[in-house]
Design a protein around this ligand. Sequence first.
Ligand code: GAP
Length: 458
Amino acid sequence: MEKITSLAKRRGFVYQSSEIYGGQNGAWDYGPLGVELKNRIAGAWWKEMTRLHDNIVGLDAAILMHPRTWEASGHVENFTDPLVDCKKCKSRFRADQIPQENLAAKKCPDCGGELTDTRKFNLMFKTHIGPAEDTASIIYLRPETAQGIYVNYKNIIQSNRMKIPFGIAQIGKAFRNEIVTKNFIFRTCEFEQMEMQYFVKPGTDEEWFAEWRKQRWAYYEKLGIKMDHLRWHQHGPDELAHYAKDAYDIEYLFPMGWRELEGVHNRTDYDLGRHTQFSGKDLQYIDQDNNNERYIPFIIETSAGLTRNLLMIFCDAYDEELVTPDKNSGSSEGTSSGTASSSDDWRTVLRFHPDLAPVTVAILPLMKKDGLAELAQDIRAELKEDYATDYDQSGAIGRRYRRQDEAGTPFCVTVDYQSKEDGTVTLRFRDSMEQVRVPKAELSARIRQEIKAYKRIK
Ligand code: GAP
């Protein structure tokens, strides 16, 4: 994980929040490459969940919601972690994450000091709205995006004439006062979720649950994730959230081990039932195609962390590779760019799917002089319309390729003297390091074709 963290910082993917003040625990900032990567992951999920489904629509609900929402959802009562403190070294632990024998003996796993009794700690951030700081002004930062969907479900049925089964998708920030925030951006206090709530007729929920499990698995396959690094974990009775009848996590093999990436939950009619009870509003669905049959829909939820997906995609893409002189010669890093390395060389490469890579194509003039830089800038201006581009004219070409490999840029275009003569450029592929000559007029179409046909080779 150290290598991942250091590359992420060095290349401007992720920085510690408020670093100049010593850093803020549980919060991270996404730099120029990080925000692009995050936006693309969000875009890929959004396309998958909305554009590719005729019956799923989007929503962007407010983070601040009426406080009754969280009473109805059960979060005020149930969204807690068991907490113990060491009286001696003042360390704080989640009681379910320290060895059972320490808990039983009330002995601190760090210093052997005495532990406090276990107490429940609510993970919701609480603040006040308006100038008065009293109980009437308490408001919470949402701990999940899902509730914004439930309270809008009737609005969406009415405004968009949705018929069951249908879904509502949302991407947004969520906040949890996590006791333990470690492993970089894996578990943080401020994070983003990508959630889709699918409203179905009671009795069909198990079928839809199985269907959504299948779809979510296929999604990661499509993104080219290493499938042997993914597995299912079904929640046992002691793990199920207060709203769930059945739940499966997709787990990923992170550098620190198998951890949850996304959850697929059968939330039954719990949420809409509780909102009916707490709001006094009738949230039944009226099936106009079926004699106005009324019922509270069941909800199948797919809930993925966007920031956790980013960490997964970063870890999954990370590779170090020995570049042999053989690979570096001939059609590879050499000839047209004139910089074949004479010895073995390690490269760090992020093998992002081209749809996710922060920069799709980098344009590199072999030399700044003799009109090559101007020609390269013209090519960039053309490609900009279609792709996220970068331009780099400083340093040896081999070094520039390495910089793009580290950023995960799948394609580099090198402009050389031959380009001036015959209008062709070199298109270099990140994964194979192979190069082909392409007429510049065909570049955009060729890159499009390569993205469509992309298959991860390693
Ligand atoms: N609406 C259901 C729900 O929120 P969850 O299992 O608590 O379920 C869903 O969270 C996903 O959100 C997780 O699988 C994870 O990817 C992400 N997530 C949850 N807590 C997180 C945290 N503290 N930091 C980063 N991501 C988190």
